[in-house]
Design a protein around this ligand. Structure first.
Ligand code: CUA
Length: 157
C-alpha cells in the first residue's frame, strides 16, 4: 500500500522533472533577435575562418568585429603580439564566439551581452560601448575546476 503511494510520488516527480527540462529547452531556443548561431566542427576551430584570426578587427568607422575562442579555462582574444582587445568609446562591437571543448558562458556585466557558448556552435551578439572603461567578460556556465577564474576583458578608451 505504502509502496504504491511512493511509486505514484516517484512518477509524479519524474513528470515534473521532464516538464522543467522541456520548458528550459523551449526558453533556450528563444534567443533575443540580436543573437544568432550556426554550426562548425569544434575540433577544427583554429583552422576555420574567422577563428583562424582571433582578435579585434576594424570593419567600419567605430565598428569592430571581435573574434574570440573560449576554452577551459580562458578566452583567446587576439594573436600573441596583441592579446588584449581595445576599442575607442562609442564603438559598436560584433562579437563572434565559439567553444573548443565544453559549454562556457560569455557575459559582460552591466550590458545585455550574455551568451551560452556551445561547442560546435558559433554565437554572435552586438554591443555598442558608449562609456570608457574596462569591461569584464565572464564565464557564467559552470565548466570545471577553474570556472571561477575564467574571464577576460575589453578596454574601451
Ligand atoms: Cu568556462 Cu565556466
Amino acid at each position: 500500500r505504502l509502496e504504491k503511494v511512493w511509486l505514484a510520488i516517484g512518477i509524479a516527480m519524474l513528470f515534473v522533472f521532464l516538464g522543467v527540462i522541456g520548458i528550459s529547452a523551449f526558453a533556450l531556443g528563444t534567443q533575443p533577435p540580436s543573437e544568432h548561431h550556426h554550426m562548425i566542427d569544434p575540433t577544427k576551430v583554429k583552422e576555420i575562418a574567422p577563428f583562424d584570426q582571433p582578435g579585434i578587427h576594424q570593419v567600419g568607422r567605430k565598428e569592430y568585429e571581435a573574434v574570440i575562442i573560449s576554452f577551459a579555462f580562458g578566452y583567446t582574444t587576439g594573436p600573441k603580439e596583441q592579446p588584449v582587445m581595445k576599442v575607442p568609446a562609442g564603438s559598436t562591437v560584433h562579437f563572434t564566439v565559439t567553444s573548443t571543448d565544453v559549454v562556457h558562458g560569455f557575459e559582460i556585466p552591466g550590458t545585455n551581452v550574455n551568451m551560452m557558448l556551445v561547442p560546435g556552435e558559433v554565437s554572435q551578439v552586438t554591443h555598442t560601448f558608449k562609456e570608457k572603461g574596462e569591461y569584464l567578460i565572464l564565464c557564467n556556465e559552470y565548466c570545471g575546476i577553474a570556472h571561477e577564474a575564467m574571464m577576460t576583458k575589453i578596454i574601451v578608451e
